[in-house]
Design a protein around this ligand. Structure first.
Ligand code: B3K
Ligand code: ZN
Length: 901
């Protein structure tokens, strides 16, 4: 098979579809090796479409049985059939088109379209999977009402689709038949079916307007004890959307189904969400605190899509961030509100800051590098070859930041008014990002006469992370402080090919600042007619100044509070100023940030020393700043766990001129051990003080205590103390929950001595071998371990439990190794990169979407030190030259080679 010639799709080329398809009836005769699908569509030529406009339907890997129009079968020459489309000419203005086709779910390893997992049938249609089920207008702006009939053998007793169940019967041949009807028009990417042998847990709740709705969570027989948290999370999500946004569930029934083979986290199909089992199943023995948090967040995310995505959907896939950025923002706020629930004001502020910190850490680790590399794209891309490659951190996480900035600019009430206006204008439509901003702008202009969001809209069309340089001048005589903000954002990725005339314009940046005196006290700021601790500066041109009066001495600035915009701040704080902010800043996010900046400077200095062959030595002032954070009684455990976490290698790499992951890993490890040695007593105290005896609860307070305690354990273990190993062994042996078990095992296999770590690993597998989600953890722990080499990774691949076909398993071993094992992956002999190339190709033959995600591991190759850059480039070239590459992987490796920084 030859690599397909790539076709680039451009946003500017959008054309409406010439037909409406108001109704679709789908009938499935389900069987693993040959499923027959009868698709009957009511097709109407749209007003304005040419009389000769053909009906072009997308289809892939389908076998055509018959085509009929208004009840008459078309002869073989009556339509045009190609590998990707079925074209009908000369249709009347109004017609019934009936297509019968066959597909083979058992052979579908792409997990797009209809496939088999664990003996059951599942679908995944977003973005372009529906075309693997039947020929159809597979684009989000064609919205239809669906009626679905499912017929299957009795071994598949549960037969589900979107909407409401309207009939169920047994057929004379012994099979079961059910009919579902979805009352809401939807694009085909939201279609779903599930058929199989499943158990479920359910509850009925009353919506705000008093309707009873049935909520169900389906999963494998035997796993019904693990779905309580998921169902409770669903109830919380439903309540939250009612109270925060006034949005109610519009169906009588809402189902979640867990599946073990799934490309992503979950999918928001109307009324029938399909979830990766990793985001559904949990109990104290098998799931960690992070798993519980992830489940609540993803269940919220998919549920919130019911309004932001389903009721109002995307006109085309360039608008993906319209639903994803907005829905991520909503799930982040949901999690923050759940974490702060029932706390007093100070504790709630800290809990919300913890959530904000976690989100910003993720953004910096994934999105900032993306925005500085060959795949950089605006949150609303201008072009793509494969849309599956654009479910990115930029579209999702930066997209959420762009929504958050609008929330910041409009305020909570203004944002809510903008959302209400968005639904008033667009309910039931397929719209654009511009439509969303226009709804928000209608409120903003009322709040701020004479201003608008025209500059703000540039966030949607320019890529790259803007850099904001801050200067501060203090005039002692006038008791005045002047703050100057200057922004810059040079072209990145594909923008660099636009030619010298391409000029990027300034962004509208909401920039929150505070000023502290030299004792760390907040200085009151007079800003826009009020006296505040935090001033929101709106930078809308390249450079602007603000003055603050009544400032007696030169202050210490606290910048970009709460990360009010997705930018990089340039300000030359002294280490003493950072230590002051880290100890006293009243804004918990900025306080965390100051400590992270200190740690970043420290680790980068150590990495430099390592590269230059000097002995490594930690700075005393840094250690003291860490001691102060660790022992500050006013800080809760969850916040301290974040404040004391060393910045990730991915974040640090963004700060290196030439990236050298092994040097960073050595520097970071050295510092972890050094902190363990110098703060041994304090860490030991934190370990003892933050035990969580009694029944397990995933609530934020005990989870925060475990996070701090386990961080302490990792430092003590890294320091190599015998006593620490005893604590870890004891914790492993007595842990009453998976968080503590995993933390102890991780410390042991990374830093432990003797036989115990290996024995524990073996016993862990023996105990959990029948639980695939725990086996994933077992692989992941080893894949990322310090001593794991390519050789170890290859050996793990020969384990009977390993398979490339299951995405969770591939992610646990291959992705963990390639993305999170700096030493193994970036070995100077290039063996890590050869392994990567091999696995990308092996995966590509099975599942191009997953292969393309792995392919991205080498995106930023050109910024690495030459010893690594050269073998990385060779591995990329090797993959690109491979015959029969998918469009997905081809786009990624071509862009990596072509648009290298
Ligand atoms: N909307 C889905 C994305 C699935 C796309 C897979 N190619 C998940 C989510 O964002 O909710
Ligand atoms: Zn989503």
């Amino acid at each position: 098979m030859r690599t397909e010639t790539p076709v680039t799709v451009y946003r500017k080329d959008y054309q409406p579809y010439p037909y409406d398809i108001p109704e679709v009836a789908l009938a499935f005769d389900l069987a693993p090796d040959a499923t027959e699908v009868r698709c009957t569509m009511h097709v109407q030529r749209r007003p304005g479409a040419g009389a000769d406009a053909a009906l072009i339907l997308d289809g892939e890997e389908l076998e055509l049985v018959s085509v009929g129009v208004n009840g008459k079968a078309l002869p073989a020459g009556g339509y045009e059939l190609s590998a990707h489309s079925l074209v009908l000419h000369g249709l009347p203005d109004d017609a019934t088109v009936e297509i019968v086709s066959r597909c083979k779910p058992s052979a579908n390893s792409t997990l797009m379209g209809l496939y088999v997992s664990g003996g059951n049938f599942f679908t995944q249609c977003e973005a372009e999977g529906f075309r693997r089920i039947t020929w159809f207008a597979d684009r989000p702006d064609v919205m239809s009402r669906y009626r679905v009939t499912l017929r299957a053998e009795p071994q598949y007793p549960v037969l589900l689709s979107n909407g409401n169940l309207i009939a169920t019967r047994q057929l004379p041949d012994g099979r079961n038949e059910v009919e579902w009807e979805d009352p809401f028009p939807k694009p085909c990417y939201l279609f779903a079916l599930v058929a199989g042998n499943l158990t479920h847990r359910e509850t009925t709740v009353k919506t705000a307007s008093g309707r009873d709705v049935l909520l169900q969570v389906y999963s494998d027989p035997g796993s019904e004890t693990k779905t309580e948290w998921a169902l409770d999370s669903l109830v919380r999500a439903l309540r939250w959307d009612e109270s925060r946004f006034g949005l109610e569930l519009d169906l009588d029934r809402f189902m979640i189904v867990a599946v073990h083979d799934f490309n992503m986290g979950a999918m928001e199909n109307k009324g029938l969400n399909i979830f990766n089992a990793a985001y559904v199943l949990a109990d104290a023995d098998t799931a960690t605190d992070a798993n519980y948090e992830g489940i609540e967040s993803v269940i919220g995310h998919e549920y919130f899509h019911n309004w932001t995505g389903n009721r109002v959907t995307c006109r085309d896939w360039f608008q993906l961030s319209l639903k994803e950025g907005l829905t991520v923002f909503r799930d982040q706020e949901f999690s923050a509100d759940m974490m702060a629930h029932g706390m007093d004001a100070a504790a709630a502020a800290s809990a919300r800051a913890v959530k904000r910190i976690d989100d910003v850490v993720a953004l910096r680790a994934a999105q900032f590098p993306e925005d500085a590399g060959p795949m950089a794209h605006p949150i609303r891309p201008e072009s793509y070859q494969e849309i599956g490659n654009f479910y990115t951190a930029t579209v999702y996480e930066k997209g959420a930041e762009v929504i958050r900035m609008q929330h910041t600019l409009l305020g909570e009430d203004g944002f809510r008014a903008g959302m209400d206006e968005y639904f008033r204008r667009h309910d039931g439509q397929a719209v654009t990002c511009d439509d969303f901003v226009a709804a928000m702008e209608s409120v903003y202009v009322r709040q701020h006469p004479g201003r608008d969001l025209s500059v703000f809209r540039r966030w949607y069309r320019q890529a790259g992370t803007p850099r904001v340089t801050v200067t501060l001048e203090h005039d002692a005589a006038a008791r005045r402080c002047t703050v100057t903000l200057t922004q810059a954002c040079p072209p990145v990725g594909v923008e660099k090919k636009a030619g010298p005339d391409y000029v990027k314009a300034p962004y509208h940046i909401p920039f929150a600042i505070g000023l502290l005196d030299r004792n760390g006290r907040a200085l009151p700021l007079r800003h826009e007619g009020a006296v505040v601790d935090t001033a929101l500066l709106e930078l809308t041109t390249q450079s602007q100044q603000w003055t603050f009066d009544d400032i007696a001495e030169a202050p210490v600035p606290s910048l970009l509070r709460d990360f009010s915009a997705p930018v990089i701040v340039d300000y030359d704080w002294s280490d003493e100023e950072l230590a002051l902010l880290s100890a006293h800043d009243g804004n918990p996010f900025a306080r965390w940030e100051a400590g992270q900046e200190l740690a970043t400077r420290q680790i980068l200095a150590l990495a430099d020393a390592r590269q230059a062959g000097r002995t490594l030595q930690a700075d005393t002032a840094f250690i003291e700043a860490w001691r102060a954070l660790l022992t500050d009684p006013k800080l809760d455990a969850a916040f301290r766990a974040r404040a004391l976490a060393l910045p990730s290698e991915k974040t640090l790499a963004e700060r290196m001129r030439l990236v050298d992951p092994p040097a960073l890993a050595v520097a970071r490890d050295f510092l972890r051990a050094e902190l363990g040695r110098q703060l041994e007593a304090e860490f030991r105290q934190a370990f003892d003080d933050n035990q969580t005896p009694g029944a397990y609860s995933p609530a934020p307070v005990p989870a925060g205590r475990r996070a701090l305690k386990n961080l302490a354990l990792s430092h003590l273990m890294a320091a190599g103390e015998q006593e620490a190993q005893r604590l870890a062994e004891q914790q492993y042996a007595t842990a009453g929950n998976m968080t503590d078990s995993m933390a102890a095992l991780s410390s042991l296999i990374n830093y432990g001595q003797g036989e115990f770590p290996q024995e524990a690993l073996t016993a862990f597998y023996a105990r959990w071998s029948d639980n695939p989600l725990v086996v994933d953890k077992w692989f992941a722990l080893q894949a990322a371990a310090r001593s794991t080499t390519v050789q170890t990774a290859r050996e793990l691949m020969t384990h009977p439990a390993f398979t490339l076909r299951n995405p969770n398993r591939a992610r646990a071993l291959i992705f963990q190794f390639c993305l999170n094992n700096a030493r193994g992956m970036h070995h100077p002999d290039g063996s890590g990169y050869a392994f990567w190339a091999e696995q990308v190709l092996a995966l590509d033959a099975l599942n191009p979407e997953i292969a393309a995600r792995l392919a991205r591991a080498l995106d930023n190759w050109s910024r690495f030190v030459p010893t690594l850059r050269i073998p990385m480039q060779a591995a990329l070239q090797q993959v690109r030259q491979h015959e029969g590459l998918s469009r997905n992987v081809h786009e990624i490796v071509s862009k990596a080679l072509e648009f290298a920084a």
